[in-house]
Design a protein around this ligand. Structure first.
Ligand code: ADP
Ligand code: MG
Length: 865
């Protein structure tokens, strides 16, 4: 039997497709009626297993997992929790006297889940579909998969790893009949936040765009409450003792976090009673003098929402970014699906409904089994794994649907012998429940067979058996299955796989995009040529995601002729398992067609190293100093604004993080990267240029000021701010797609704010492109006349300076000529509506040029006395 597992940061869930009956002495399964999936409960009768690892106090080598391990936190023994946040890194998570990596923890948890599933179902479980956040890096996916493999699961099928939002959508769409259907999945769990836009069309689910924050979730909120409690204590002049090398202090902190989580859940149960205070009473903390601290405080849901308001606003920004990437607006969505435990909190729903989703967009906001929907989707995905039946050394692989909406169905499969011997002489026979032969045939060279148009009976469940017989007619293996014919059922095809984040290769002249975000997997072959800059016999090429190295391509043992100047041609593809495969060809530097060698690429995804807190603090100080220095020295206004704005915000946030009871290394590493990008912007060529982007924002700002009296101008202002934030996020992360989306957003606002000539009641029809071009040239001409007038005026006043003013006017004239050229390039063939927006963009520099002309002058030197 196959199972689905949601391996969560805080909780994990096991689910089985269909109605599963658990053995007598195990807690009964919980049937999710809507999608026909059974949740396997924990031995403690809970639906979710805490993703917590601890050890047996009597036998330090024995691990304890789940609810009992979580109770340790309440007892003041710090277990390993939220380890999934650190997967893909070599961070050592302390547990008693030893440490674990996140991958070790994942393996322990999965072993325990496997064991529980087997006890519940009373049979061995070999395969599992395990979910992961959409935006996991390839090394994080690989580590999770490896952990599952080490825990004893057969993970050989690429479908065994599934993105969480797709899983949520799979479980939802199982009973939802609308098709096409556009869904945004908002998954706010314990440790990560993911937002994904998905579409179901013709039964196939495709993801359109992704965004999110891999370090934001309920754990962030718990820590906000911890800091709130500590603030209250410090306000009385006492300090909480916390030495992270002291297991007792660590235990007390674990207990405090547990208290905070319980408090958060109590607060969210207040529902509409936003202003009714909840008691906060604890007395297990001690101060630096060793005295007990008694906390007697109260907090309301409203105050709690204030504490996490900035974090919620970050989720809102991600939503906007995701929409931009998909080139959609809220009005294009049918449904906003809320999943993840943290969406139980009323502030989340209120925030989305009141501040994010426009009322008139017609989007239904719906909570969808926040704790269980991902696991349910994983269970549904097991349907696509197909079945493997074993008989001696021969196995039979088949994939059949449980329900089918047509009267005829195709049945395909494959036979395989362990010793690889030829099975083409075997006979594969399909029989109905009465034993009559429905179809038969031989397996092909690859072991494959296929029976087309097998008819189904509408009334009865259609039971079949596949038999594989050897040349003598003896049965080698058999498999029985049922297909239900339901004309009105909905069939969801296997979801397509996509890349959630772009991958680039690092070169001396900056990153070069290899595969863009939201590409289908497996990708087609991607060819990239790189020039070797040194004579070494091996080359390493860094793979980047969000400007961070996530893997390395090794090209080794090159012949000595492959000196500097030889070209390396990478022909690779990203597989559906998110790995990178292909070849590297090396060409001679002298004869460009001569291949010196060709080899398969070897890609390694080493775990990310985790620096210690002291190093991070030193690094932060350096960057902060540089920020202050640059702020005083830089002449670039935009750079100064960014240092003073975004830069200082990051510094403030980082100081807060360092001041926390136990600073979070992962969050600090990320902030340091962000700060570095602001202080020392990466040299990446993005289109349009930074200057164009800034110009557009300036024009938009000006228009907003000019229209200050309009009632809806506030919306424009906040939209612009959101695009600026998005733009910064894109620019410093080197994300082309988001960058152009933010730019288009600003241009869109400009278009809306431009004085409208059409009278109300008339719909606007764009002029033919030719007319539009003519009018655009006229606008440029008007500015050109201004320039000429200015030159003449100066020359009339100071005849001796005529040459000088003309020299100054020349570069401005060149800019105008460039605009003319850009206008001419706009083809008559394109849609006039599009031409209009292109022209707005092309003409954007006119305004700053006019300003330049206005201040064009020649300094007069005061005469010497
Ligand atoms: P993950 O997938 O990261 O394990 P889950 O989706 O299981 O996360 O959500 C777990 C998070 O949800 C935890 O931080 C938990 O405290 C929070 N949570 C669970 N129930 C509630 C609730 N009623 N109110 C607020 N938060 C909740
Ligand atoms: Mg989750």
């Amino acid at each position: 039997m196959d199972i689905g597992i949601d391996l969560g940061t805080t909780f994990s869930v096991i689910a089985v497709d269909g109605k599963a009956v658990c053995v007598k002495d195990y807690p009964e399964g919980y049937l999710l009626e809507e999608c026909g999936v059974t949740i396997i409960q924990t031995p403690e009768y809970e639906k979710t297993f805490p993703s917590v690892v601890s050890f047996d106090p009597d036998d330090g080598s024995k691990f304890i997992i789940g609810a009992i391990a979580k109770q340790d936190a309440e007892k003041g023994i710090a277990p390993v929790q939220w380890s999934k946040r650190a997967i893909g890194s070599d961070q050592q998570l302390p547990l008693g006297d030893t440490t674990l990596t996140a991958k070790d923890a994942a393996r322990k948890i999965l072993e325990y889940l496997k064991q529980c599933a087997e006890s519940a179902l009373g049979q061995p479980v070999k395969r599992a579909v395990i979910t992961h956040p959409a935006r996991f890096d390839p090394n994080q996916v690989q580590e999770t998969k490896q952990a599952a493999h080490d825990a004893g699961f057969d993970m050989s099928d690429s479908r065994c790893m599934l993105m969480e939002p797709i899983a949520a959508a799979l479980s939802y769409t199982r009973f939802e009949e609308r098709d096409p259907l556009r869904i945004m999945v908002y998954d706010l769990g314990g440790g990560t936040f993911d937002v994904t836009i998905l579409e179901r069309k013709g039964g196939v689910i495709t993801s359109k765009a992704f965004d999110g924050d891999r370090l934001l979730g309920g754990y962030t909120f718990d820590r906000a409450l911890v800091e709130w409690i500590i603030g209250k204590i410090e306000a009385t002049g006492r300090k909480v003792r916390h030495d992270k090398n002291n297991p007792e202090d660590r235990g007390r902190r674990a207990r405090l976090l547990q208290y905070a989580e319980d408090l958060k859940i109590r607060l969210s149960e207040q529902g509409k009673k936003k202003r009714v205070p909840v008691e906060v009473r604890l007395d297990f903390l001690i101060d630096t003098e060793g005295r007990k601290i008694q906390v007697r405080e109260r907090i309301t849901l409203e105050e709690f929402c204030q504490l996490i308001a900035l974090d919620l606003a970050k989720t809102g920004d991600c939503l906007e970014a995701c929409l931009s990437k998909a080139e959609m607006s809220f009005a294009d969505l049918d449904l906003l699906l809320l999943v993840g435990g943290s969406t139980h909190c009323p502030c989340v729903v209120d925030y989305l409904a009141n501040e994010v989703v426009p009322e008139d967009a017609g989007v239904e906001i719906r909570k969808w089994n926040p704790d269980l929907s991902v696991a349910a989707g994983a269970a549904i995905m097991t349907e696509y794994l197909g079945v493997i039946a074993e008989g001696g050394d021969v196995s039979l692989h088949v994939q059949t649907p449980k329900t089918w909406t047509l009267p005829l169905v195709d049945i395909r499969g494959r036979v395989e012998a362990k010793d690889g011997r030829d099975l083409t002489t075997c006979n594969v026979v399909l029989r109905d429940d009465g034993g009559a032969t429905v179809a038969e045939g031989h397996a092909g060279i690859d072991g494959g067979f296929s029976f087309e148009d097998v008819s189904l009976d509408e009334l009865a469940p259609n039971q079949f058996t596949l038999h594989v017989l050897d040349a003598g007619g003896a049965e080698l293996v058999r498999h029985a299955f049922t297909i239900e014919y339901d004309e009105f059922g909905s069939v969801t095809e296997e979801p397509t796989r996509m890349l959630a984040k772009a991958i680039s290769v690092e070169t001396a002249s900056g990153p070069v995009l290899l595969v863009d975000e939201a590409e289908h997997l497996p990708t087609q072959t991607i060819t990239t040529e790189l020039v070797k800059l040194h004579d070494d016999p091996s080359v390493t090429i860094n793979l980047l995601r969000d400007n961070e190295v996530i893997g390395v391509i090794h090209v080794e043992h090159l012949p000595s002729e492959a000196t500097a100047g030889s070209v390396i041609k990478l022909e690779v593809c990203v597989t559906e398992k998110s790995t990178i495969e292909g070849t590297a060809k090396v060409f001679s530097p002298s004869a460009k067609d001569t291949v010196l060698c060709e080899q398969p690429v070897r890609v390694a995804f080493p775990p990310a190293p985790t620096p210690d807190l002291g190093d991070l603090e030193a690094r932060f100080r350096e960057l902060e100093d540089k920020l202050i220095q640059d702020l005083a020295l830089t002449r670039d206004d935009n750079h100064r604004m960014r240092l003073a704005g975004l830069g200082k915000t990051i510094v403030r946030e980082m100081k807060g993080k360092f001041a926390e009871m136990e600073p979070d290394v992962l969050e600090i590493i990320r902030l340091i990267k962000q700060l570095k990008a602001v202080v020392d912007p990466p040299k990446i060529e993005l289109r349009p240029s930074r200057a164009d982007f800034d110009d557009a924002c300036a024009s938009c700002r000006r228009l907003i000021e000019e229209n200050d009296d309009k009632s809806e101008i506030g919306t424009y202002r906040s939209a612009l701010e959101s695009f600026v934030r998005q733009g910064d996020k894109a620019y410093y992360g080197g994300k082309q797609k988001l960058w152009s989306a933010a730019y288009d957003g600003v241009v869109g606002l400009i278009r809306k704010l431009m004085p409208q000539v059409a009278s109300p009641g008339w719909s606007h029809v764009a002029d033919p492109v030719l007319t539009q071009r003519m009018r655009a040239h006229q606008k440029v001409d008007r500015v050109r006349t201004k320039l000429q007038d200015k030159c003449e005026a100066v020359a009339a006043e100071m005849p001796l300076q005529k040459g000088k003013i003309e020299a100054r006017a020349e570069p401005i004239d060149l800019l105008l000529r460039n605009i003319d050229a850009a206008i001419d390039k706009i083809s008559d063939e394109i849609d006039p509506d599009n031409a209009e927006s292109i022209i707005v963009r092309v003409l954007m520099p006119l305004k700053p040029i006019e300003e330049k002309i206005a201040i064009l002058h020649i300094d007069t030197v005061p005469k010497k006395k």
